[in-house]
Design a protein around this ligand. Structure first.
Ligand code: ZN
Ligand code: MN
Length: 439
């Protein structure tokens, strides 16, 4: 069933929360290395990230800068006054009893990002927080690994702006691409370096026209792949539709996605006041001036949207090719395409080879250029004329036949010519040139 059929008389209301790890030298509030991947459990820890009494947090400025660069890439406004807050909840992977996060004064607010569909993603806020430990549930016991505790974690929150799954997935993919272009994180979803949450509810078409939000939302947590995101949203649409069709309202709650099952209830959703947010007393509020914010803007590299636009304008490649090249294949292939161009291949052929030809894409740029040049289309008129002359000389009988009135002989000559150049020319242009030389 496609998404429209699945929704029936309802419209989808979808907002996203994306959590992602930054690549920094050390953790968010302590001196531990942030390179925790594939390390022995509890081997990258200290009193601060173990939450031992008396240990104090010291903010990691590298993480703040990188997070602010990402926020600028997402066209957010950076707050000049910002601070950290404590978000309280109890869970074994959070022994402090609170997470240092941001509430009223996040680092960045109000971003926008163009989606491939032409719609626009509406970003409410981007803030920085610390990650929690990792729990393993084995044989009735729970084991904790604190390596991940205190890792810098960016949270991007969108408004409920997505009306279909494709737009939501496109946004997540673009965020991933942006982080990689900025060089501030690996965002490997398999390692849990990027985790998705979707706030999902349904409304009637009438409500949508009035821009009215439904009186509930269901948060599906910890989605760790784009494919699961699609499945989780679809399963939630089906579940909520059934409840709404009975005239009831779905319960506001957190649910998790389970492969083969759908979404399953976790706990009823807290309200903000349940977290008893208050300013983190161990970290003073931060002030950023215009000079600093300008210097960050100057440090931004060419962003994916700018590269897409430039590729289309500079090389005349299609918008769709630019999307695949920049968003799906990534910076490495954009660079390769431009290298191939520098080696004398036109932009369109270079882009076509890299976007559409998997067998060429992974060769070094000079080999791609070499292969493309040998099969280059014969578009040059003098070259075409010379080749036609040669083909006519080599096929005197066909040429004679045509002159005697045998119309089909021309097809024979066109065929001979195309064979000669491996089909790399416009057949109409070839025919025109042959007629021109025979008459
Ligand atoms: Zn530590
Ligand atoms: Mn969070």
């Amino acid at each position: 069933m496609n998404e429209k059929e699945l929704l029936g008389k309802y419209c989808l209301v979808l907002g996203l929360e994306i959590h992602l790890h930054l690549k920094t030298g050390h953790k968010m509030f302590c001196g531990c290395s942030a390179d925790i991947w594939e390390k022995d459990p509890n081997s990258v820890v200290c009193p601060t990230c173990l939450a031992l009494p008396g240990a104090l947090p010291v903010p990691n400025f590298e993480a703040i800068e990188k997070m602010q660069l990402l926020a600028l890439g997402l066209n957010c406004t950076l707050n000049k006054d910002s601070r950290f807050d404590r978000k309280h909840y109890f869970y074994p992977d959070l022994p402090k009893g609170y997470q240092i996060s941001q509430y009223k004064q996040p680092f960045a607010i109000n971003g926008k990002l163009d989606l491939q569909s032409g719609n626009i993603a509406d970003i409410e806020r981007v803030h920085l927080e610390e990650d929690v430990a990792k729990s393993f549930h084995e044989g009735g016991k729970t084991l904790l690994d604190f390596n991940k505790s205190g890792m810098p974690l960016v949270e991007i929150v969108t408004r409920p702006c997505f009306k279909n799954i494709d737009d939501a997935v496109d946004f997540c993919k673009q965020v991933q691409t942006m982080v990689r272009y900025l060089g501030i994180g690996d965002v490997d979803m398999e390692k849990g370096q990027m985790r998705l949450e979707a706030n999902i509810s349904l409304r009637t078409k009438k409500q949508e026209e009035k821009n009215e939000l439904p009186p509930y939302k269901v948060e599906v947590k910890n989605i760790n792949s784009f494919r699961f995101m699609e499945k989780a949203v679809r399963s939630e649409i089906a579940r909520q539709k059934e409840i709404l069709d009975e005239g009831k309202t779905p319960v506001q709650e957190n649910r998790g996605y389970k492969e083969g099952v759908g979404t399953v209830a976790q706990r009823s959703k807290e309200e903000a006041h349940d977290y008893r947010y208050f300013p983190e007393p161990d970290i003073p509020p931060m002030v950023f001036d215009d000079k600093y914010i300008d210097s960050l803007k100057h440090r931004l590299p060419e962003l994916p949207a700018q590269i897409r636009k430039r590729l289309v304008e500079q090389y005349g490649i299609s918008n769709d090719s630019a999307w695949v090249l920049v968003e799906t294949l990534g910076l490495e292939y954009v660079k390769k395409m431009e290298e191939v161009v520098k080696l004398g291949v036109d932009g369109k052929s270079a882009a076509n080879a890299i976007v559409n030809k998997a067998e060429l894409r992974n060769l070094p740029a000079d080999e791609i250029a070499g292969k493309l040049k040998t099969v280059k289309e014969v578009t040059d008129e003098t070259q075409l004329a010379e080749l036609v002359k040669k083909v006519i000389l080599e096929n005197p009988k066909a040429a004679e036949d045509y002159k005697k009135g045998k119309e089909t002989a021309i097809q024979y000559l066109v065929g001979a010519m195309m064979k000669e150049i491996g089909g790399k020319a416009d057949a109409n242009a070839v025919k025109k040139e042959i007629l021109h030389q025979l008459l």
